[in-house]
Design a protein around this ligand. Structure first.
Ligand code: S3P
Length: 448
């Protein structure tokens, strides 16, 4: 399965170190939320640093279809005039969320609390992904859903006229499910309660507070309890979107793997619920330093300095998964370059990402001569101590992160690595290859 117009891309060792300072595109999670909360707030929300990738542009289009005014005023600078909590209108046409699970699931939460009828679809990847994980808890609001077999898209929703608050314990560690419940709770009177056994990214909680909602977080015997007081007045507030740590992961791992490199990624989000990869790379011995740490727009940010290091294999505990859930494919590339074995445990959620990322990551390694095994939900990678054979073509399965991971491997392998379709990189990291070539000072990534 690929893009209607697949764009293969090949990466080879640049022959010289990667060097330079760079910024990466805005955080995808925060960008989706900024547009959605802006649409629900009274007044005009000014957003800077918005990720202008395809996933976020789908959210922008959906918010327009629901009656908000959404306007681009410059690169990364967007203005959203909201309709107030409960003020969204019925969309006139199908909402197409493209490749984006976050856009689809968070939007379903919003729609559940509004008395509207809506239909939703997505691309071939998104139409395979499980939606029952949100439609089930959201049904408790009084919203009704009609889905394809297995709870997949396309689906139809009739939102609740008088939504009830949800009280839900997440069966899987998912910030999207938590956020969908909280977004529905905005329109319901009373208190919405969500319990998560393992903490997941808390951008929704942070941004709700930033817009004036009352959200509390408490550690309980059952896990982390998040409560939201319903029907707040959300008031427009400026949002500064930091660089996406999940995008920064690609130049950072590249710098660690290409001998002699030193790269600084400026202004990246360092929310502790997102930094599992940094922790893991440091355990592998990586020379990674944070400089200029500060708080911007309610989120911790800083500049990350990455220098070439000979890495050593480690065991990554399952409890760390939510804080680095999108980073396992590129960690597997780092593990392939390391000395010794890396065991990544508790990866069940990887099977339901833009692709089955556990299988796709395994195939990426295998196609390039790296020994790996899957045992249950664990991925075990045998490091090559800096001698990744490469030479393979990687099936990206409509998954931006598999494509970028394959290309990072190509920078550090003995023979070039090809991604069969790099088109989906635009969902989260427009300009990826140009930026990496700038660090390399050569066309290390080019059409084969
Ligand atoms: C996201 C949550 C994660 C992550 C995704 C973005 C979010 O998904 O993989 O890229 O913005 O809430 P899950 O909630 O499915 O773990």
């Amino acid at each position: 399965m690929s893009h209607p117009d697949p764009r293969p891309l090949q990466a080879r060792a640049p022959g010289s170190p990667l060097a330079g300072r760079l910024g990466v595109p805005g955080d995808k999670s925060i960008s989706h939320r900024a547009l959605m909360f802006g649409a629900l707030a009274v007044g005009t929300t000014e957003i800077s640093g918005l990720l202008e990738g395809e996933d976020v542009l789908r959210t922008a289009a959906a918010m327009r279809a629901l009656g908000a005014e959404v306007e681009r005023v410059g690169p990364g600078a967007w203005r959203v005039s909201g309709r107030g909590v409960g003020g969204l209108v019925e969309p006139a046409d199908v909402l197409d969320m493209g490749n984006s699970g976050t856009a689809a699931r968070l939007l379903l939460g919003l729609l559940a609390g509004h008395p509207v009828f809506a239909t939703m679809t997505g691309d071939a990847s998104l139409r395979k992904r499980p939606m029952k994980r949100v439609t089930e808890p959201l049904s408790a609001t009084g919203a009704a859903f009609w889905t394809r077999e297995g709870g997949r898209l396309p689906l139809a929703i009739r939102g609740a006229a008088d939504p009830l608050p949800i009280d839900y314990t997440l069966p899987v560690a998912s910030a999207q499910v938590k956020s969908a419940c909280l977004l529905a709770g905005l329109c319901a009177p009373g208190t919405t309660r969500v319990v998560e056994r393992e903490p997941t990214r808390d951008h929704t909680e942070n941004m709700l507070r930033h817009f004036g909602a009352t959200v509390s977080v408490e550690d309980t015997a059952q896990g982390r309890l998040v409560t939201l007081e319903g029907q707040p007045e959300l008031v427009a507030a400026p949002v500064l979107v930091p660089g996406d740590p999940s995008s920064a992961a690609f130049p950072i791992v590249s710098a660690l793997l290409v001998p002699g490199s030193r790269v600084v990624v400026e202004n990246i989000g360092l929310n502790p619920l997102r930094t599992g990869l940094i922790t893991t790379l440091r355990e592998m011995g990586a020379a990674l330093r944070v400089e200029n740490e500060r708080v911007a727009g309610g989120e911790p940010v800083g500049d990350l300095v990455a220098e070439y290091t000979e890495l050593t294999g480690v065991t990554v505990p399952p409890g760390r998964a939510p804080s680095m859930i999108d980073e396992y494919p590129v960690l597997a590339v780092a593990a392939a370059a390391a000395r010794g074995v890396t065991r990544m445990t508790g990866l069940a959620e990887l099977r339901v990402k833009e692709s089955d990322r556990l299988a796709a990551t395994f195939a990426l390694l295998a196609a390039n001569g790296v020994k790996a095994t899957i045992e249950g939900d664990d991925l075990i990678v045998e490091g090559t101590a800096g001698a990744i054979p490469g030479g393979g073509t990687v099936e990206t399965h409509m998954d931006h992160r598999i494509a970028m991971s394959a290309l990072v491997m190509g920078l550090a392998a003995r023979a070039p690595v090809t991604a069969d379709d790099a088109a989906f990189i635009d969902t989260s990291f427009p300009g990826f290859a140009t930026l990496m070539n700038g660090l390399a000072g050569t066309e290390a990534m080019a059409a084969p």
